[in-house]
Design a protein around this ligand. Structure first.
Ligand code: BGC
Length: 727
């Protein structure tokens, strides 16, 4: 009897200890938090330190002893970047890493269609997954404050509401596939000039109303699993190791439970990285054990200078990311270059192209009306997936604008280059003294005389100072003599259509001389087919501007305060040169400045034409029991072709104790309408939509009174208004 009891007790003990030793962290069905806790409890201090810094250019270590995989990262956000050498920036020259290039994020923003964000996120993450990537470095939601910023093309325009709404479905779609998004660059990374040390001086209100909301949406609404700190400083601290932005705002206020990844080389001190909220250090130019969060950090932990809880928190965040991605059995296998991805690429591009002018409806182009169509411009043949810095892509297949047009218009198309980019792209170098430039121009003008119609295809091209990481543009004008060439072409050819590619606005001094203008941002692998579909009318354009196109550079608010406003000034502190930039325009960024200060833009925010016309009816509003309002307006397609219309909702505060912008975007929807068809555009307005950030109480505040809801076709084209009352 006694013996039996003893055996049973031993068996029970064995079972309990087996249970305790059960590898919960490897159980795909266990809750992620249990897996994290279990894995952490099995790791040595050294192993915890190993997973919080890079082990190669784009990976951080796993825990091989425990079968925990490394994190594989890759740049995005427009496709998975080509493989680079393990330890350097050199291309690894693999033969299986060519992918589909999707349109630039600015183009996605120009669709104003959240379904497109979902389609984009889903397709691009399938490519990341198939390439074995766990984390996509992107998308970016920095606000387009400066039209010269070299990275605007990677972001989603000048308005925090638009960027926030567009980024949420993108993140959700990517992460549904088991790939983490790494939202960048948090935050105030609005220029490339002096990006690694410029300290941004900005009001609390502008931080809250302009620069944080899109990130907040990415964290709180979409639940991004990672975020990248930015190179610049805020409150004199680098944003990759900034207690105020990373701990106070991101982790404590917003409850972010994922990893903060440094920008490459954006970490500068062990102590600040330890206490300043950084979780994975990447890209520091030293051997991996000399990284700030490597040996020195481990030593500080061992000496008790950094509490173990800090190391555990960082390691837990990294493990959580692993269990969500590379250790997640539900992570998809994915695919590359499927028909569906090329379709997605084309559909997003088609909805993002913005028709800015269309005099006498010259577009869509009817082939029968023209015998000879001359295409002029370097961007007609250029592969614009290359260049631009870290978002550069190696593509499997690309169709250029020229080839796309040839597919539709065949032999009617004749091409001349018109200008060359093979020389310094500075404004001052335009024109005189360049034989090659002069020869190309003469050739284009001669050919233009002999054609029935000219399509000029230019803009920027992702080379240095032309939409490229690391450099800002040198001025607001297009380079390589393009303005002069367009002006001269218009003199010899009345049927002139201008097609531009770029991520930022630019001056269009020739706009009155040309018959039509289409702006394409960057369209990715399907560029040519996308453009040809819109030019030929197979697709009716429906994009609208996510940024204001000013007439002149000095019309933008950041240029109103001299160099202090942009690019900043040098200051000596403790014998060290620092750069300081002052966002003196405060909350008056983009259209908030143009509308409030009555500066007439060339093309306003939210503007874009269609091949059909839309009539807006009268807006109405109802107050709902939950304290929100429903605003609705009927919109009718009054033209002859199917079209999509972005209907925008702006709110203004009729009377307020503080200055507020004339109106601000708080809603948008895209309606698809057949000729004669009417649909209602419906918006929900919340109390927060009526609020401003009150610096006195450090909180959002809506003051009782009346507010006007403007239903509009663009920021300056209000079609109907209705009053909302807040008691
Ligand atoms: C860029 C990041 C990029 C990283 C890795 C940095 O220079 O700012 O956006 O993800 O490099 O390529």
């Amino acid at each position: 009897m006694k013996r039996n009891l003893l055996v049973s007790a031993l068996l029970l003990l064995g079972f309990v200890s087996l249970k305790c030793n059960a590898q919960v962290y490897l159980d795909p069905n266990a809750p992620v938090e249990d897996r994290v806790k279990d894995a952490l409890s099995r790791m040595t201090v050294h192993e915890k330190v190993l997973i919080i810094h890079a082990q190669s250019g784009f990976t951080s270590a796993g825990v091989p002893r425990l079968g925990i995989r490394q994190l594989n990262m890759s740049d995005g956000p427009h496709g998975a970047r080509e493989e680079l050498d393990w330890n350097s920036w050199r291309p690894a020259r693999w033969t299986n890493d060519s992918i589909v290039a999707f349109p630039s994020l600015t183009c996605l923003a120009a669709t104003w269609n959240t379904d497109m964000s979902r389609i984009y996120g889903s397709a691009v993450s399938e490519e990341f997954a198939f390439r074995g990537k766990d984390m996509m470095l992107g998308p970016g939601v920095n606000i387009n404050r400066v039209p010269l910023n070299g990275r605007n093309f990677e972001y989603m325009g000048e308005d925090p509401y638009l960027a926030g709404e567009m980024v949420v479905p993108y993140i959700q779609a990517v992460q549904k596939n088991g790939v983490a998004t790494c939202i960048k660059h948090f935050f105030l990374n609005n220029q490339e000039m002096w990006r690694s040390d410029v300290n941004v001086n900005v009001s609390e209100r502008a931080v809250e109303e302009i620069y944080l909301p899109a990130f907040e949406a990415a964290v709180k609404r979409a639940g991004t699993w990672s975020i990248m700190g930015s190179y610049n400083k805020w409150l004199d601290r680098h944003c990759c190791q900034n207690d105020s932005s990373l701990n106070s705002i991101l982790k404590r206020r917003w409850g972010f439970d994922g990893v903060v990844v440094s920008d490459w080389g954006g970490t500068h001190s062990t102590e600040e990285a330890a206490f300043g909220g950084l979780d994975i250090e990447m890209g520091s130019a030293k051997s991996y054990n000399a990284y700030y969060l490597a040996d020195d950090f481990e030593q500080m932990v061992k000496e008790g200078k950094v509490p173990m809880s800090i190391l555990d928190d960082k390691a837990a965040r990294v493990l959580r990311t692993m269990f969500r991605t590379c250790m997640n059995p539900r992570k998809i296998i994915g695919n590359i270059g499927s028909e569906a991805h090329y379709d997605a690429c084309r559909n997003i591009g088609e909805e993002g192209i913005v028709l800015l002018k269309n005099e006498k409806s010259i577009l869509p182009l009817q082939a029968d009306n023209y015998r000879k169509i001359l295409v002029v411009g370097d961007n007609a043949t250029r592969n614009m997936s290359y260049g631009g810095g870290s978002s550069e892509l190696k593509t499997r297949f690309d169709i250029s604008p020229l080839d796309g047009l040839r597919k539709v218009y065949g032999d009617k198309i004749v091409y001349v280059q018109g200008y060359t980019t093979g020389r310094p792209a500075s404004g001052s170098a335009d024109g005189a003294g360049d034989d090659e430039q002069a020869r190309l121009k003469t050739e284009a003008l001669e050919a233009a005389k002999d054609a029935d119609l000219v399509i000029f295809i230019g803009g920027m091209n992702k080379s240095r100072h032309q939409d490229c990481e690391g450099t800002d543009r040198e001025g607001y004008e297009l380079n390589y003599g393009q303005n002069d060439l367009i002006t001269q072409l218009a003199k010899v050819q009345k049927n002139l259509i201008v097609v531009t590619f770029s991520g930022s606005p630019f001056a269009t001094p020739w706009i009155k001389d040309v018959r039509a203008m289409l702006h394409c941002w960057y369209l990715g692998s399907m560029s040519g087919e996308t453009l040809a579909n819109v030019i030929s009318g197979k697709v009716n354009p429906s994009g609208k501007l996510p940024v204001t196109f000013a007439k002149r550079q000095e019309d933008y608010p950041c240029f109103q305060y001299g160099p202090e406003g942009y690019p900043g000034i040098e200051k000596r502190v403790d014998d060290k040169v620092t750069h300081q930039v002052y966002y003196k325009e405060g909350i008056y960024v983009g259209y908030r400045h143009f509308n409030t200060n009555k500066v007439e833009p060339q093309f306003p925010f939210g503007f874009g034409l269609s091949y059909t016309t839309f009539r807006y009816g009268k807006a109405s509003a109802t107050a709902n029991a939950d304290g929100t309002w429903t605003v609705s307006v009927p919109v009718t397609n009054t033209g002859k072709v199917f079209g999509k219309e972005v209907v925008e909702l702006y709110i203004s505060d009729d009377e307020c104790s503080v200055d507020r912008p004339a109106k601000e975007l708080k809603g948008f929807t895209k309606l698809a309408l057949s000729p004669g068809e009417t649909k209602d555009a419906t918006f929900t307005v919340t109390r927060r939509d009526l609020s401003f950030f009150d610096e006195a109480t450090h909180a959002w505040k809506a003051e009782p009174g009346t507010f006007t809801a403007h239903v509009a076709a663009s920021e300056t084209d209000v079609r109907s208004t209705v009053t909302l009352e807040l008691r």
